[in-house]
Design a binder for this molecule. Structure first.
Ligand SMILES: *Cc1c(COP(=O)(O)O)cnc(C)c1O
Length: 455
């Protein structure tokens, strides 16, 4: 029997003692937290037994769905065999070595090494140091600056939050730190004005060239971006954007860093998001779908360009975490990747449920509240809008998103709202029938949101 206190008491304990991430604690304590007790497939269950379809895969991560016994078994086996050993002093563990090989087998031929971390934020801190060490080893220690994007997200550590382009994060704690600057985002619907998406994609990509010229290429280490901005609102860039970015990085000789923390491991219908856009990163942070969230693990995929220098020129790279390559987390990730491979989940997203979600989202475009829908694989967004014809957005962007989200939640569907964009990122095992259910519940949420905004 469980010795857990009754659930009614848990809410009070949580309010009294648990500070939640990205939360206004006074408001949250007044409203009360939801207590999630159980998960199975694409569904989660709260302490009242209410069932929700999880359209968000936890936090973009539960790619194989909940309740997979194979992972629990793999973890138990590893726990019993060896619960922990470090990778610092000339040692490794079996699942860690196997996982490094397995990850790189799905990246392009020029990516053959992984540095392990405990999270996506640590992965971003790691490549930030690695990029500077790389340039210093090549005799160019002045190449230190990193260019990132407004409304990008790269985690919550000091470096992660600095590289991210979230104003509300920078406002707390005097960020960004020195050496990190931002350019615009490829958000055509909100910022493209009279330009076509293709023209706008080129225009914002060329901000990178301008920024490099302004700083001097001799001072710039790298450019970092998510293939598709996740937390920023599932913003799918125009097709012209990524090829131009890759061209500029090459021409100006700076490293291209693609943050695959969300887009990796099948989310876009490819193993990695950069494969969808046809570009090759020099460094790529990973986390989330790597273990489907069953245990925390992240890393940086390192191309031969950087890896060969690290291995052959640098000597000690004075960086690492107690849990870098943690054997139990690695065992969970290894089993997760086996499931993704054996069940052909990447192909399933690419050929079946990805296109089906796109169709479903498209069907919502007749709704007066919907300005545009976008998706790649199982990563999608619905742009809410005040006036379709002029692309005029609501004055109160938070309110419209929250209205739609809360109505969906009350009707058993978990979605995320980022301002006036509704975000979709369901488990990769979602069925067509479950996608139908997401779309139907969304439509009811949109009806509700329309009434709430327009009276
Ligand atoms: C979630 C996320 C991170 C941070 O990962 P954590 O595991 O939360 O530290 C970094 N980059 C992107 C693109 C993310 O979505």
């Amino acid at each position: 029997m469980s010795t857990m206190p009754a659930a009614s008491n848990l809410g009070a304990l949580d309010a009294a003692h648990h500070l939640h991430p990205f939360s206004d604690m006074k408001k949250l304590n007044a409203a009360g937290t939801r207590i999630i007790e159980r998960g199975e497939g694409c569904y989660i269950y709260d302490n009242h037994g209410k069932k929700y379809l999880d359209g968000f895969a936890g936090l973009w991560c539960v790619n194989i769905g909940y309740g997979r016994k194979e992972i629990a078994d793999a973890v138990a086996r590893q726990m019993n065999e060896l619960p922990y050993y470090n990778t610092f002093f000339g040692t490794t563990t079996p699942p860690t070595a196997l996982l490094a090989q397995k990850i790189t087998s799905h990246a392009g031929p020029n990516i053959n090494r992984v540095f392990f971390t405990g999270s996506g934020s640590e992965a971003n801190d790691t490549w930030f140091r690695m990029a500077r060490v790389y340039w210093a080893a090549l005799g160019k220690p002045s190449k230190k600056m990193v260019i990132a994007r407004r409304n990008g997200y790269h985690g919550s550590t000091v470096v992660g939050a600095s590289m991210g382009g979230m104003k509300y994060m920078h406002e707390q704690g005097a960020l960004p730190i020195e050496g990190i600057v931002h350019i615009g985002q490829p958000f055509w619907y909100g910022e493209g004005g009279e330009l076509s998406p293709a023209e706008f994609g080129l225009k914002v990509a060329r901000e990178l060239a301008e920024k490099i010229d302004e700083l001097g290429a001799d001072n710039v280490a790298a450019f970092v971006a998510e293939p598709i901005q996740g937390a920023g609102g599932v913003i799918v860039p125009p097709e012209t954007y990524w090829p131009e970015i890759a061209r500029i990085c090459k021409e100006k000789d700076i490293l291209l860093v693609v943050d695959e923390v969300i887009c990796g491991f099948g989310r876009t219908g490819h193993w990695f998001g950069h494969q969808h856009f046809g570009v090759q990163p020099d460094l790529a942070p990973i986390a989330k779908g790597l273990s489907s969230g069953y245990l925390p693990i992240g890393g940086v995929m390192v191309s031969d360009r950087v890896g060969d220098v690290l291995v052959n020129e640098v000597g000690d790279f004075n960086h690492g975490f107690t849990y870098s390559g943690h054997p139990v987390c690695a065992a969970a990730a290894l089993e997760n990747l086996r499931i993704i491979e054996d069940e052909k989940l990447v192909e399933r997203v690419h050929d079946d449920v990805g296109p089906y979600l796109a169709e479903g989202l498209k069907s919502l475009e007749d709704h007066p509240l919907v300005g545009q829908t976008q998706s790649v694989g199982l990563m999608g967004a619905v742009q809410l809008v005040d006036d379709k014809a002029s692309r005029k957005r609501f004055e109160d962007k938070e309110k419209v998103g929250v209205e739609v989200r809360n109505h969906c939640l009350a009707n058993g569907l978990v979605l995320r709202a980022t301002g006036d964009r509704m975000l979709y990122s369901p488990p990769l095992v979602i069925t067509r029938a479950e996608i139908d259910q997401m779309i139907e519940t969304t439509r009811k949420g949109l009806d509700h949101g329309w009434k709430a905004m327009k009276g």
